[in-house]
Design a protein around this ligand. Sequence first.
Ligand code: AMP
Length: 629
Amino acid sequence: MTETAVDTTTAENTAAETAPEGPRFAELGLDDRVLAAIEAMGYETPSPIQAQTIPLLTSGRDVVGLAQTGTGKTAAFALPALTHMAQAYDDGDLGSVPNTLVLAPTRELAIQVAEAFTTYAAKVPGISVLPIYGGAPYGPQLQGLRRGANVVVGTPGRVIDHMSKGSLDLSEIKHLILDEADEMLRMGFAEEVDKILAQTPDDKQVALFSATMPKAIRRISAEYLNDPVEVSVKTKTTTSDNIRQRFVFIKHHAKPEALVRIMETEPHDAAIVFVRTRSATEEVASKLNARGFRASAINGDIPQNLREKTVEQLKDGRIDVLVATDVAARGLDVERISHVFNYDIPLDTESYVHRIGRTGRAGRSGEAVLFVTPRERRMLRSIEKATRQTVEQMSLPTISDVNASRLERFSERITETLSSHDLEEYRGLVSSYVSEHNTPAEDVAAALVAMVHDGRPLLLDENGEDELLRESSRDFSEDRGRDRGDRPERSPRGGRERGPATAGPGNAMYKISVGRRDGVAPGHIVGAIANEAGLSAREIGSIDIRPTHSLVELPEKLSSEQWAALAKTRIGGELIKIERDSGAPSGGGFRRHDDEGARGGFRGKGGPRKGGFSKGDGGFKKKDRKPRW
Ligand code: AMP
């Protein structure tokens, strides 16, 4: 295997520092129509994994990419495949049988990749993208396949199902992409992946993306890839000690409110807010302006001289907030920047270091705040690993925190005005109003405050639920240790490490009404729960398969949505009936008994259940869910 790795050493926090200039999208050998879609998305520069992978894939090489979600890997494989498809379209060679197959471990990822692929394909004529995954009825997927899809994004179990039904023709596959390959193996899909790789044309191009490189992935790569180039981005990064780094868990749509609250409550001088796209710079800047902050947007579309003017305004205090993309903020050196907000998480750790280096200049201290959405927890871990620093979790300011700081600023302004202005004339005006109207001076002052605030309330309503805090605490694991991969990994066949099935901290054992006699293997349970109930595979702990039921370790607190989704989850065609395990002995110790029942063993002693056991992803069927589009 050929290896390329960009060993980027990020400079210390010095004034001369600039972010390394990578290639531009236009230099990567992509078709013009694909470039037009990227332009429309507002992406300014390729992420490191894109910069390295795209030229290799467009030139036809097989690639093994060490990359995780959040690095831009979807575009890294989608754009070259679309470039080839655009050329095939021009040559009249793009038929309606699948040209590209993407395998993804979960239904959620399959949908997300299909959505991204569709967006990247927006300007290439004749491309249709179809996600196929377990847990959804076959009908619409069969219809989609019959209508003809150029790009199929599927979970391995469902892809195999369609292959064996004869509904998925893989004879014309030109590109096969394994996305999150390590996760697919961890979820017990090794056999399926092997089978799919073996049954697709020999001359296909293969791209394999994986966050880690265990032996099993190396084996697949050696067996099925043709002299692949291994691509990884190694970053050695240093951050300076005078910058305090914090993060906050937040959902995407709640970011503007969270930003405003932090800015209202934290004393700051100037701030820079990093976003990912040009359009986001404008959107966020206008939201901040609407909330009373003096903010301007800078991005790669704004001419250099205008950008310089804006930076001058920040320097001399005419504005206080810059909302910028990485490109636009390259090398920015403004001493008064006290806060850097990573409003959108960067696509690589090196950008993170560069971004936060915009504060803490000239020996001052600085604050860096990172917004992390549920899918981005892994990037947070990478940042901590690369910078060898812990980023502390911060809690969002409450409504009463906001009100307290508004009151404080309010009295500060009065004190300052009293001490710095000649108020003689105004005092005379107020006293004549007081005597003429026989009104107390407090009432007059209160009326003046209302006038200054233009009728808007000074304080927020503290009664009622704080939506922002509720939103930001839901769906995020309370136990960060779990996200850090501290928990035992499952074996490649979907089994868990052996050991007593007692729940770890923050977890509980749940009883599921299907067991070994129903032919259930750990992979089915993980597949069904991860795909259906919106739990990540990592949140599923030990699995103990008993003859008539199974015990599975899940987070102690499940939301009502997760309970509702679990209640509708099927394994082997059966609704699973799940409940908290009371711990009552039901024969056998808390141990896995599933050695013989690993994937492939779909028939337990009792034969298949009523309705038959469908070997989907996790072997479950569900009738009432529709694909998102
Ligand atoms: P992915 O790792 O493919 O899931 O991408 C993570 C996020 O980054 C997605 O929201 C993409 O839309 C976005 N993204 C991917 N490439 C770029 C880029 N070059 N510039 C800005 N955003 C990007």
